[in-house]
Design a protein around this ligand. Structure first.
Ligand code: 13P
Ligand code: SF4
Length: 349
């Protein structure tokens, strides 16, 4: 079930936040992070203020894979994860001894929501001959049933690796990413039919029109986008790969098919270049068609300050589930590292 957070349905009727409030809040959060031996780990889709805070306080801003790796390697006793719930859960799976706080636990993800653990379990049981690969955008209970967890940055590499080993794949939950990986790798993949409500809104025809208006622009697309959008892209990749392409490619103008929170980092790493948002499902002004994840948007300075002040909400995962989920998550981190070093020390995977 895809639910849009209530807060997104209408304008909030709060006292406007002044520049002074904002600055005070930022100072207070900085102080609380130090006092509580906490580090802020934020996703590229979160509010620019949060990304800047993470960077200024020795924290980290990245894609979902690197967020997991950073939190795992960092010494702080508390990880504060600004993103969506599966990112906080992955941090807890990897770091049971650490306190993992999030600005809100209501920040879910349509992919996670589309894949309830019970139904997924039955799907896996019906296909015991397949290696189960799940996207990181899933609950801890779904990860606990998987052989592998992947993020978009390594999904294609892993599919090729498994194909070379003669393994057939059961993939969940994103059908667009799964379809892209299947087409590119030629692996035998059975797909769960979930989708991201943000990326699914990108429209190929409108993108083509925009390309005609700006023929010099490169198109960067996240692989959660529909196939017709991906077919128009110059670069398809994870959020980190898209940012790297924006930095390194010679084009001066880019059309970006992913959550518009990423533009903060793109403008930072490629000053002077121009970034246009890829067109979404229309001008109907529904929050579903605004190229911004409604759950990522629930991470605010106010909710971050509240989390650090009250010590919650905190991520808790039942220990038996956490232990089972740990294996495929560690496998993901090890596989990603092996792609950099070329060494595959994958034990019994
Ligand atoms: P990345 O792993 O590329 O950061 O993507 C996470 C995500 O939720 C994309 O919508
Ligand atoms: Fe999930 Fe899509 Fe939001 Fe990413 S952008 S967290 S895939 S709903």
């Amino acid at each position: 079930m895809n639910t849009i957070p209530l807060a997104m349905h209408g304008p909030a009727r709060h006292r406007p936040v002044t520049e002074l409030d904002r600055a005070r809040r930022i100072q207070r959060i900085k102080r609380l992070l130090v006092e509580q031996d906490a580090v802020l780990v934020a996703h590229y889709y979160t509010d620019a203020d949060l990304q800047a805070l993470a960077e200024e306080t020795g924290g980290y801003v990245s894609d979902s894979l690197d967020m997991a790796r950073f939190g795992h390697e960092h010494k702080a006793k508390t990880l504060v994860v600004a993103g969506v719930r599966f990112m906080g859960e992955t941090a807890k799976i990897l770091n049971p001894e650490k306190r993992v706080l999030m600005p809100t636990l209501e920040a879910t993800c349509s992919l996670d929501e589309s894949c309830p653990a019970d139904a997924f379990q039955a799907f896996c049981d019906a296909h015991p001959d397949r290696t189960v690969v799940v996207y990181a955008n899933t609950s801890a209970a779904v990860k606990a049933r998987a052989d592998w967890v992947v993020t978009s940055s390594i999904a294609l590499k892993l599919a090729r690796y498994l194909k070379d080993r003669g393994e057939k794949i059961l993939w969940a939950p994103d059908r667009h990413l799964g379809d892209y990986v299947r087409r590119e790798s030629g692996a035998d993949m059975l797909l769960w039919q979930g989708a991201c409500i943000v990326h699914e809104e990108f429209r190929a025809q409108a993108l083509l029109d925009l390309k005609h208006r700006y023929p010099d622009a490169d198109v960067l697309a996240h692989p959660e986008s529909p196939a017709a959008v991906i077919a128009l892209a110059d670069v398809v990749g994870s959020t980190s790969a898209m940012i790297e392409a924006a930095r390194t490619r010679p084009a001066r103008r880019f059309i970006v098919a992913t959550d518009n929170g990423i533009l903060y980092k793109m403008r930072q790493v490629a000053p002077g270049k121009e970034f246009l948002e890829a067109p979404t499902g229309g001008h109907g002004a529904t929050c579903k068609s605004c190229a911004h994840c409604p759950w990522m948007a629930m991470n605010t300075l106010a909710s971050l300050e509240a989390a650090l002040t009250t010590g919650g909400p905190e991520i808790h995962i039942e220990e038996s589930v956490r232990r089972r989920a740990l294996e495929p998550v560690l496998r993901m981190i090890e596989f990603a590292a092996s792609q950099k070093t070329g060494v595959l020390g994958l034990g019994n995977a």
